[in-house]
Ligand binder design. Sequence first.
Ligand code: TYM
Length: 336
Amino acid sequence: MNNSRKRVLSGIQPTHDSFHLGNHLGAVKNWVAMQDENDSFYCVVDLHSLTVETDPKVLRNRSMVSVAQLLALGLDPAKCTLFLQSQVPAHNQLAWIMECMTGFGEAGRMTQFKDKSSKNGADRTVVGLFTYPMLMAADILLYQADFVPVGEDQRQHIELTRDLGQRFNSKYGQTFQIPAPYIMKAGAKINDLQEPTSKMSKSSPSQTGVINILDTPEVNAKKIKSAVTDTGREVIFDEVSKPGVSNLLTIHSTISGQSIPELEEYFSGKGYGDLKSSVAEVVVDFLNPVRVRVNELLAEPAYLHSVLKLGAEKAEVVANQTLKQTYEALGLVPRD
Ligand code: TYM
């Protein structure tokens, strides 16, 4: 292995029947771009998804659909290691160590935990939601990751991971690489088409502003054409006064590769309707082959399982090595 290659790790939850466009533009697109030059590990974090109660059959299906989507979006098992988190037990094992390193108050300050627990109330919030960021820290630190490609909403979790890694290293000796978030400016926060100041989210109560990768072209085109736009008529990127238009321009630009100034120039003298039609076309053209490929892959479960088996075997070698060093550093007595 070439040692100058950087280590990359990221994860995605299989909580829904489809990923949405924000997942792709904020994260998966960068995973694909990074697999060529880096030693990259990508996991479907099925254990994290247990914080939301799900029917076992549905969870099993969503995990496989998630893997199929990642492959269809461009991950190549010959270039990266793709695996299911639950198939590498070291994740849970290091998570416990991370829980023992995290302050109660520190965990309580995680904004995603605060938002979700305040929405549902203490009695309907599981403890796993509280310890979720420590499992995520374990995911990252186990692989000695240099970079973690994610969307903006994961920044705080990566900050905590860095703090925990540094805390461990200073108490018990150098054990973990301290990871850096890899968050691209464009695409890091794709917003809901109906509420363009809030992020596009799998758990939004209304799905009318969420573009699902696996929805039909008709559904997606209709959602884009019904997107909320702003006052005025000019197609100009300005996130404060034109959040709707800016979100559409970002979506267009990150998929088509045309820069925002190029798009502004192209749409000058044209209206919001033209922008929406063009975004719908770009999105639908991009998603069509992805959807077809997902269906082909789902028809080959043996292939998907073989990718995951190989991925888990490769991941486990790295993860177990880190776990062994961590146990040793802590003074846990080895069996042999
Ligand atoms: P998850 O499953 O919610 O989302 C997966 C990735 O998609 C990004 N994302 C977005 N990016 C731009 N705009 C949006 N509207 C948008 N919505 C979601 C997320 O930032 C994420 O990168 N906690 C993580 C999963 C995780 C993980 C990890 C990530 C578990 N362990 C280790 C990195 C490393 C999560 O819930 O992502």
